[in-house]
Design a protein around this ligand. Structure first.
Ligand code: P1T
Length: 389
């Protein structure tokens, strides 16, 4: 299929075919792993579009086309990790510039903005983006970037992309949406006017917990040029094998997300009905604050469920975290296997406790990345673990 034809196709077709053509030399259906650092030139500057592996690689080009196709983007630019993708965007700011970001977000993004970019004179404020007044109050003349996560990590708060895009653009700020939790199967922020979409491809896009990667998708030629310049000049590139593995993952993204969503809904409903559980955070529950917005904005509610036990002590949470057999206690999310995580000491430990608490992140919160195993086994595992409380 020609690249210009793919954009009119359904998301499942784009997942399998976008960015990929059978290999012109051999007819290989899968894009090969072009494991090379450099490319032969007939005479200086006379080459087939590739010069050096840091700048570009055909396996990476195929993945970039695939991700751009999934996000309805003109450009996809791949990085060595999700954090490297975020870093590249922040590097385009200048001393004196200001970022407004979600106060509930991946702890590594907070650490990057505050501890890496803060000393270079780039300041950041973290606010509840489901409260538009708070966002507006935080914006200053020097605010250049609105950093949106939706659903957020780990409280799965749903934020109104349309409204934030118009707010950001009224104030001449770039609007970036970290779409890691939703994936382009459930939500495509560029179609809603966002300037940049960011992914930790480590998560659902790769989908098998075997590769670290990141990406930015955009329709802006100017942003694409700046980010490609940074790829060349700062060098946070993914290797060809990592790109191959990620693309192998994206081919099944549509079917995996269907199962992740179905299992997460069943797990959330089980937890909500259980007397040992205090509060469940999942956009698919009608009782959840962001449910109606999620139903409008997303094509499914995602695979992440967070919860608090009725006994809100850390000891009780630790007992559950140590008792499961199907859910593995580990950082990360979005793989086929179910994982559970303790944000306060693991993924969000770099956010000071005071700020975590102000954002509503309880020290006993448990985050589940619900995998694609048999639903009844996941529920039985949680039921067994809750018996330890
Ligand atoms: O781990 P890396 O590929 O560098 O991606 C960073 C990142 C960016 N954005 C979101 C929303 C994320 O959740 C992450 C990484 N998160 C975890 C490792 C985690 O367990 O939450």
């Amino acid at each position: 299929m020609k690249p210009e034809e793919i954009i009119s196709k359904g998301i499942g077709t784009r997942a399998v075919h976008a960015g990929q053509q059978p290999d012109p030399v051999t007819g290989a259906v899968m894009t090969p792993v072009y494991q090379t650092s450099t490319y032969a030139q007939a005479s200086p500057g006379e080459h087939k579009g590739y010069e050096y592996g840091r700048v570009s690689n055909p396996t990476r080009t195929a993945l970039e086309g695939n991700l751009a196709g999934l996000e309805s983007a003109k450009h996809g630019i791949c990085f060595s990790s999700g954090v490297a993708a975020t870093d590249a965007i922040a590097r385009c700011l200048r001393p004196g510039d200001h970022i407004v970001a979600s106060n509930d977000l991946y702890g590594g993004t907070y650490r990057l903005f505050r501890q890496v970019f803060g000393p270079f004179g780039i300041t950041s404020d973290f606010v509840d983006m489901s409260d538009l007044d708070k966002v507006e109050q935080a914006i200053r003349p020097e605010t250049k970037l609105l950093w949106v996560e939706t659903p957020t990590n780990p409280l799965v708060r749903v934020v109104d992309i349309d409204t934030l895009v118009s707010l950001g653009h009224t104030h001449n700020a770039t609007v970036a949406v970290d779409n890691t939790f939703a994936t382009p199967i459930l939500q495509r922020p560029l179609e809603r006017g966002a300037d940049l979409v960011v992914h930790s491809t480590t998560k659902y896009l790769g989908g098998h917990s075997d590769v670290i990667g990141g990406a930015v998708c955009t329709n802006s030629d100017e942003w694409a040029e700046k980010l490609r310049f940074l790829i060349k000049s700062a060098g946070a590139v993914p290797g060809p094998m990592d790109c191959f593995l990620t693309m192998r993952g994206t081919k099944t993204l549509d079917v995996r997300m269907e199962r992740h969503c179905r299992n997460a809904q069943a797990v959330a409903e089980f937890l909500e009905a259980d007397p040992r559980v205090g509060k469940v955070y999942y956009p698919g529950l009608p009782s959840f604050e962001g449910h109606e917005l999620a139903a409008r904005q997303m094509d499914g509610f995602g695979g992440i469920v967070s919860f608090l036990l009725k006994d809100e002590s850390i000891e009780a949470a630790y007992r559950v975290l140590s008792a499961t057999q199907v859910f593995t206690l580990a950082e990360s999310l979005g793989g086929v296997e179910s994982l559970m995580n303790h944000p306060a000491t693991m993924t969000h430990a770099s956010i000071p406790a005071k700020e975590r608490h102000a954002a509503g992140l309880h020290d006993s919160l448990i985050r589940l990345s619900v995998g694609i195993e048999s639903t009844e086994d996941l529920i039985a595992d949680l039921d067994m673990a809750l018996a330890s409380v």
